[in-house]
Design a protein around this ligand. Structure first.
Ligand code: HEM
Length: 113
């Protein structure tokens, strides 16, 4: 498979994950959990697909940072479900994690190696 296919799956996974957050924050439903969980699986599989296609399976520091962010995004759905964080705080945590993941790609590569 061409690398761009993995990139598209990566982005679709990100969209699904955040749609799950948005639906779950409005009103908790099984669909929100399914969207979020499916999105995370797509992100993980395509992320490692990209590592194999674009980086020849050589692991770099920024990739571990993204893995940690991925885990945090997984845990964050529990906070949404139990309404531990709501409103602006929830938005800030979710978007902050997403922005940090994007940062590692566009700047962290040169900074972290
Ligand atoms: C297990 C977790 C993850 C792994 C292993 C991973 C890995 C990767 C890799 C290898 C690339 C290609 C970088 C390049 O083009 O040089 C990439 C791109 C990208 N990742 Fe991730 N990633 C993960 C999670 C995430 C998460 C959680 C987000 C955001 C919420 C994210 C956002 C992006 C974006 C915006 C791009 C650039 C577009 C693209 O090339 O597809 N990633 N990721």
């Amino acid at each position: 498979m061409q690398p761009y296919i993995y990139s598209i799956i990566h982005i679709v996974g990100i969209l699904l994950t955040f749609m799950g957050f948005a639906y779950g924050m409005k009103q908790w439903s099984k669909g929100a959990a399914i969207a979020h969980g499916t999105g995370l699986v797509l992100i993980l599989v395509s992320g490692f697909g990209l590592i194999s296609k674009k980086y020849n399976n050589e692991l770099q520091t920024w990739m571990f940072v993204k893995l940690a962010i991925w885990l945090a995004l997984g845990g964050a759905i529990v906070l949404v479900k139990r309404r531990v964080v709501t409103g602006v705080a929830a938005w800030a945590i979710q978007l902050g994690l997403g922005a940090a993941a994007a940062w590692t790609v566009y700047h962290g590569i040169s900074l972290l190696g």
